[in-house]
Design a protein around this ligand. Structure first.
Ligand code: FES
Length: 147
């Protein structure tokens, strides 16, 4: 889903662990909690499955921001998956800075499946951050090439 910034629409991709954030998002939906519609959820079996290239690919294909949401530290079902994800997110953040994008466009969150409110807050926070930064320059370049 996309939300509008002026005439432009925001795209935020959320890579969510099946055990926690995905379930929290589902619960937020059941509880009818309000959060921005800019987020598109991609379910992962664990955030440890997240690859740096997957995140870069999301940006290359029009994401204005990427959030990665995994289990609470110490609660990953695959032990170190969320810690590895955290390390990769930090790395992508550095890469973004090196290519001239704002490092805040990617962020890691940790939550449990019961944390629907925190899910809604995380999406809201990410939406506000990306809204402040504006659309990704990569996306604008892509749009300019197709008009
Ligand atoms: Fe949830 Fe690893 S199982 S982050």
């Amino acid at each position: 889903m996309e939300s509008e910034v002026g005439s432009l629409k925001l795209n935020i991709v959320a890579f969510c662990c099946h055990y926690c954030a995905y379930a929290a998002a589902d619960l937020a939906g059941s509880l009818r909690l309000q959060y921005p519609p800019s987020v598109r959820v991609v379910k992962l079996p664990c955030t440890g499955k997240l690859d740096v290239l997957l995140v870069l690919d999301a940006f290359e294909h029009g994401a204005d921001g990427v959030m990665v949401a995994g289990c609470m530290e110490g609660d990953c079902h695959y032990q170190l998956g969320n810690l590895n994800a955290k390390r990769r997110v930090r790395y992508v953040s550095k890469l973004l800075k090196e290519i001239g994008l704002e490092p805040e466009r990617v962020r890691m969150y940790n939550m449990s499946s019961a944390m629907a409110k925190q899910w809604a807050e995380a999406v809201t926070e990410m939406d506000e951050t990306v809204r402040r930064l504006g659309p990704s320059p990569l996306r604008k370049a892509d749009c300019a090439g197709h008009t």
